[in-house]
Ligand binder design. Structure first.
Ligand SMILES: [Zn+2]
Length: 349
């Protein structure tokens, strides 16, 4: 019920191929063609879910999630330390799961978010160029190689992680009920609804958010979510467990695994609004008791930015809306315009 193949995503200037591994579980299989391995799903093969991780290579917990999920589905071979949680559920697979643990080996090897400019100066961030272009830049070619696996799916999960000072959440396209349902099935307490296109703020276009994998797949009519697990750069047990539970919830929701996703009773808030930014450069001191997940009120004091040489307070940082604290700057040395605290505004829809 499990099959895997190495695929070539693109080649480096030296001719060295950029390789990664695709895994398939359940009724689908990988067939070798002249262009490399392709997904084959029987016509009556049931639902298909595609999951990938580490587009941003320093976000390593997603790759760890897919390994742990592999153990759950196959009943073993893996960490060998008892790290696998729960019983093997692989016998119940009624459709197909396709997973790519390392979508971007370039950023993975650099433990980075973007590639060095020398490799792709146009699309240094792989998550801005979907669905890619087989004749395009390096990242566009890599995306184009993965796209057929993703676009064959009925649901897509793009695993990411944030910093330890960011609340775990799942992003979906605002107003898309199928994406919302998938996000609820993944089950993080906080869901962030991101407006798209004409409904979005100007930052959306300026930062090429239309080229995000999630947005491109959603626009193809494939419900897609971006879970942001906590912690980049460090595999953290709690984040891995959250991710595996989320993936099992998604597989149940889609009917790939038997059973129902746990009912969800969390909070929906708006993405990309409510950032409290530094009005001037200096040292940021958050309020000592401020923690991610806190409810804050409009006007509430969140911290201060001060001049380290004169001790003068340059800015009292205050919440500009009622909401939930989902990030607090970890680095105290801030430049003007930097995000100090993210406050997600609760919405009901
Ligand atoms: Zn990311």
């Amino acid at each position: 019920m499990h099959d895997s193949r190495e695929i070539v995503l693109a080649r480096l200037p030296s001719g060295v191929p950029i390789r990664t591994t695709v895994h398939v579980y359940g009724e689908g299989s990988l067939v070798d063609t002249e262009e490399g391995p392709e997904l084959d799903v029987p016509d009556d093969g049931g639902p298909v879910v595609y999951a990938q991780a580490a587009q941003h290579g320093r976000e390593v917990n997603g790759a760890a999630v897919l390994r742990r999920l592999h153990e759950r589905l196959t009943g073993g071979d893996g960490e060998g330390d008892g790290g696998g949680s729960g019983d093997a559920v692989g016998d119940d697979v009624r459709g197909t799961l396709v997973s790519v643990p390392v979508a971007d080996p370039l950023t993975f090897d650099h433990v980075s978010y973007t590639t060095p400019e020398s490799l792709d100066s146009i699309n240094a961030n792989m998550n801005r160029c979907w669905p890619g272009d087989p004749d395009g830049t390096l990242h566009e070619r890599m995306a184009a190689r993965l796209w057929p696996f993703a676009s064959a799916a009925d649901a897509v999960v793009d695993l990411h992680t944030g910093s330890p000072t960011m609340l775990t959440h799942t992003v979906y396209m605002r107003g898309d009920e199928a994406c919302r349902g998938l996000a609820e099935a993944f089950g993080t307490d906080l869901l962030l609804a991101e407006a798209a296109g004409d409904d979005a703020d100007t930052e959306w276009a300026e930062r090429d958010f239309g080229g995000k994998f999630r947005v491109a797949a959603t626009r193809e009519g494939i419900p897609t979510i971006t879970p942001e697990l906590a912690h980049s750069r460090e595999v953290v047990e709690e984040a891995v467990e959250t991710g595996v539970d989320g993936m099992v919830g998604v597989l149940r929701h889609e009917g790939v695994l038997a059973g129902d996703a746990d009912p969800w009773a969390g909070t929906v808030a708006r993405n990309h609004l409510g950032r409290v930014t530094a009005a001037d450069s200096g040292l940021f001191r958050a309020e000592p008791d401020l923690a991610i997940g806190d409810e804050v009120a409009d006007g509430e004091r969140l911290g201060e930015v001060y001049d380290p040489t004169t001790f003068e307070t340059l800015q009292v940082a205050e919440a500009d809306r009622d909401g939930i604290v989902y990030s607090v700057a970890r680095e105290s040395t801030v430049t003007a315009g930097a995000t100090l605290v993210g406050v997600a505004e609760r919405i009901t829809e």
